[in-house]
Design a binder for this molecule. Structure first.
Ligand SMILES: Cc1cc2nc3c(=O)[nH]c(=O)nc-3n(C[C@H](O)[C@H](O)[C@H](O)COP(=O)(O)OP(=O)(O)OC[C@H]3O[C@@H](n4cnc5c(N)ncnc54)[C@H](O)[C@@H]3O)c2cc1C
Length: 390
């Protein structure tokens, strides 16, 4: 039997793949990373200048250690690369509905966030509607029963820079980067995994697949049943003069009564004079090939009318730029990080569902620990495929 060329091959070098490749290279493994484009790029799920990061992650308790560790890694990377990656401007999570509790009686996202902050001792403040209006006049009008959670340690990370920093360091540590090469298939033989690309075949002892929205296209069952791609749109609107929406503003999430009334956004990037805002849609499903990458004037007008005017002041309807990005969603909106059910020595990572970036640096580290030491310091068992067995 031939010795595999690499210890590990990472397929897909977006948020998850770049972090995994870097962490494996850091541990001295012989690694290669392959991507169909040249990351960081704007074709997947990791572009658009900014991603919210917060420690009390309302999505669930399993994510909190990942979010905390990832923030530490961004700081470590900044020190090595001398480039800002993590802007600690704080994050403000608000309910905008009169009924902050979910329809089925479960606590809503803001309440979940608060409970986790208390559980993990994460620094935060609870604000009522009057306090939000006084302290952050850019977020108004808000329903009088609004509840605000302010986490000063949160903020945003720069996704393209984070990916670039980790790929640069991985290369410096000896990783082989193959870009502009699409992986067409993966086969597991005893003792090695064969990766078939458009122009070459590569063998590795282990493979990690971080293919984002292309995962089901590449892997087939059961991922084609579990993963759904939803188009999302991002908008940057020009700020009004004189400035009401200040540069020193927190990242924010407004949780409305429905997905359509929910939005999130960022403070202006210094010098750019615009602020980015987005909403989430889960009703229309796309494929990577059918994804409509154009944002129409009608979509921008609707966004401004329905979400900017309803929640924010100090922003004009003048669209500075827009982008289309994609969520890859699982049925329960939680990540999949697990062994492939049929291909030995292949790990599959689908850590999106719209909330993965903030964790990516720590997921890469945990995966590297798992591949090298057999276990990770942070427990990833909540993300196993077994939960979908029934
Ligand atoms: C609009 C939007 C807003 C978001 N906001 C937030 C936020 O505020 N906070 C947060 O924490 N998260 C957020 N997320 C989620 C986060 O961005 C994603 O979880 C994360 O970027 C997913 O990274 P990934 O590595 O899985 O996918 P990607 O970054 O898309 O990487 C997949 C890579 O695989 C490559 N690839 C695919 N197939 C192949 C193949 N066959 N051969 C070779 N290469 C291949 C692709 O080219 C791509 O580079 C948001 C996502 C979107 C879309």
């Amino acid at each position: 039997m031939q010795t595999p060329e690499f210890d590990v091959v990472v397929v897909g070098l977006g948020a998850m793949g770049a972090a995994t490749l870097y962490q494996l290279a850091k541990r001295g493994l012989k690694v290669a990373g392959i991507d169909r484009f040249a990351p960081p790029h704007d074709q997947g799920s990791s572009h658009g200048d900014t991603r919210i990061t917060r420690q009390a992650v309302g999505e669930g308790v399993a994510y909190v250690p990942l979010a905390i560790r990832a923030q530490q890694i961004w700081r470590e990377l900044e020190a090595q690369q001398d480039e800002p990656l993590f802007e600690q401007c704080g994050v403000l999570v608000m309910t905008s509905s009169a009924t902050p509790t979910g329809q089925d009686g479960t606590p809503d996202f803001t309440e979940n966030t608060l409970a986790l902050a208390r559980q993990f001792g994460i620094e935060h403040e609870v604000l009522d509607a009057t306090q939000i209006r006084q302290r952050f006049p850019q977020f108004a009008p808000i329903h009088d029963s609004a509840l605000g959670y302010f986490e000063p340690g949160g903020g945003y990370v720069r996704p393209e820079r984070c990916i670039d920093a980790q790929l640069t360091l991985a290369r410096q540590l000896g990783a082989t980067l193959i870009t502009g090469e699409t992986v067409l298939g993966i086969d597991s033989d005893p003792g090695r995994v064969q990766v078939t690309c458009q122009n070459r075949r590569i063998s590795a002892a282990k493979v990690v697949v971080c293919a984002g929205m292309w995962s089901s296209q590449l892997l087939g069952a059961p991922f084609d049943r579990l993963l759904r791609v939803c188009r999302q749109t991002l908008y940057w609107y020009q700020l009004a003069e004189p400035l009401i929406f200040p540069e020193r503003s927190p990242s924010f999430i407004v949780h409305g009564a429905s997905d359509e009334q929910t939005c999130y956004g960022f403070p202006p990037i210094p010098g750019e004079g615009s602020m980015k805002i987005a909403t989430e849609q889960y009703s229309e499903t796309s494929t990577p090939d059918s994804l409509d990458r154009q944002v129409s004037a009608a979509q921008s007008e609707a966004m401004y009318r329905d979400l900017v005017l309803a929640n924010i002041t100090g922003v004009t309807p003048q669209l500075v730029k827009s982008a289309v990005c994609a969520y890859t969603l699982t049925p329960d909106s939680h990540f999949i990080i697990d062994e492939h059910p049929r291909l030995a020595n292949v790990t599959v990572v689908s850590a999106c569902s719209g909330h993965g970036f903030k964790h990516s640096a720590a997921i890469g580290e945990a995966l590297a620990q798992r591949l090298v030491d057999g276990r990770s310091e942070i427990d990833l068992s909540a993300f196993s495929l077994a939960r979908f067995d029934h």
